[in-house]
Design a protein around this ligand. Structure first.
Ligand SMILES: Cc1ncc(COP(=O)(O)O)c(C=O)c1O
Length: 443
């Protein structure tokens, strides 16, 4: 059976989980691996196509996590695989920081045409989202000549020391690694169903910004004219798939305009069609000054991008670079990914995402452990009452053949490849609802 036949197979669990082969392989590998790796469940993936994943024992899973929201065009999309194969036979590496090659400029130009707002965009290509965030921090400091940064509780921006200084989703990521970058201030994100300052939207008039940034940070800890950038995920990912009201991002835009602070949107998770729009920013009608992309940009090949409007790209030749960032093979994957996103997959994310969210909202309405279903496109979060319930639901889904991941304090994210069909979304909803119902009655 070819790998593409796998894309059309249904869920099929044929062994206990993990099966004997997976157990043996994981057992053998474990002693050689960094213990920092998470491995949320003991899945040993052998191959994958579309939305389906086959493990080493022949069990077939429906993937509603897509390599943490990364396999945007589905696993091993034939067009992506063909583009990568052709590029690998032509030029694998030469270093985009020091040399020109076809593709680098084409990708930057296409991203510039797609990005929100009218102004010209220029792009620095990276290997990862974290590296893109680091580049954004450096550019913002360089351009403004200021050192301070504002980020948000619940935010995730990566794990290297600069990006980690912005990350505030879990203390586990920081524990033992300090001191981090000085001059980073955390404010409240508009998580309205669990308001960090105990108010109710819309009566609050987005008090998280007035209280958190204007009356707190700007009054007590950091003068606005020392702030280089405000860095925010337009939809929080790791922090719980939290969609803020549009006014939250509009207010941030206004604060940045008033104090000449750069507004950086980290769209590493929310970008590249995940929410049904190429950039989540489009849903909110807010154009940032800097955008960071990665994950879905190259369908799983390691590629990120830090885009900034031309007027802010003042750093001179040699001030920043990357040996493999913008690798030709990753770029080939990205150009084909963009073709696929523009020619149907963004629309599919809107259509199937709305269907999946509606099925979950309806099916989970009477289940007492479920607090909220929320999302945009195929970035859907389900918040439960307690972290242990979220863990139990994710584990039960895995055992029944559905791959999902936790996020936030007690939520589960559904972020399938954007090729997911309505029928596959129905299977996912059925399994997910059944798992929640079962956990709800488990003592
Ligand atoms: C919003 C956001 N920013 C940055 C990152 C870091 O990206 P990477 O793991 O590619 O370095 C992530 C990863 O999950 C993310 O979700």
């Amino acid at each position: 059976m070819s790998v593409q036949d796998l894309a059309r197979r249904p869920i099929e669990i044929v062994t206990e989980l993990p099966g004997p082969r997976a157990r043996e392989m994981i057992g053998h590998a474990r002693s050689f691996l960094s213990p920092s790796l998470i491995h949320v469940y003991p899945l040993m993936v052998k191959r994958a196509a579309g939305c389906m994943v086959e493990d080493a024992d022949g069990n077939v899973f429906l993937d509603c996590q897509a390599g943490v929201a990364t396999c945007s065009t589905g696993h091993c999309h034939p067009a992506v695989a063909a583009a990568v194969r052709a590029q690998a036979e032509t030029l694998i590496h030469i270093c985009g920081t020091d040399f020109h090659y076809p593709g680098y400029g084409e990708l930057c130009e296409r991203l510039a045409r797609l990005a929100p707002g009218d102004d010209g965009w220029q792009t620095f290509l990276t290997n990862s989202g974290t590296e893109g965030v680091e580049a954004a921090i450096k550019l913002a400091r360089y351009y403004t000549g200021r050192s301070q940064l504002i980020a948000f509780r619940g935010g995730f921006h990566g794990r290297s020391l600069g990006a980690l200084s912005l990350t505030a989703s879990k203390t586990k990521y920081r524990q033992g690694f300090g001191p981090l970058l000085p001059g980073v201030h955390q404010s409240h994100f508009a998580h309205c169903s669990d308001c960090p300052i105990g108010q109710a939207y819309p009566a609050c008039d987005i008090a998280c910004i007035t209280e958190g940034i204007e009356r707190d940070l700007f009054a007590h800890t950091v003068p606005p004219d020392e702030v280089a950038a405000i860095i925010v995920e337009p939809v929080q990912g790791e922090g719980g798939y939290v969609v803020p009201p549009p006014e939250f991002l509009r207010r941030l835009r206004a604060i940045c305009d008033k104090h000449e602070i750069l507004l950086v949107f980290d769209e590493v998770q929310s970008g590249m069609g995940r929410t049904g729009a190429m950039f989540a920013a489009e849903h909110f009608g807010v154009a940032p000054d800097v955008i960071v992309l990665a994950k879905g940009l190259a369908s799983g090949f390691p590629l990120g991008a830090m885009m900034a409007r031309r007027e802010f790209m003042t750093w001179p030749s040699g001030s920043h670079g990357s040996t493999c960032g913008g690798n030709p093979v990753c770029i080939a994957a990205a150009l084909t990914t963009l073709d696929l996103l523009e020619n149907g997959l963004c629309d599919n994310a809107t259509r199937v995402g709305a269907h999946l969210e509606e099925r979950l909202t309806r099916g989970l309405a009477e289940i007492p452990i479920v607090r909220e279903v929320r999302g945009l496109g195929l970035m859907i979060g389900v918040e439960l009452n307690a972290p242990a319930q979220a863990e139990a639901v994710a584990d039960l889904c895995y055992r029944r053949g559905l791959l999902v991941l936790g996020c936030g304090k007690r939520a589960i994210r559904l972020s399938p490849p954007l090729v997911i069909t309505k029928e596959q979304a129905d299977s996912a909803a059925d399994l997910f609802i059944a798992a929640c119902a079962e956990v709800a009655v488990t003592p």
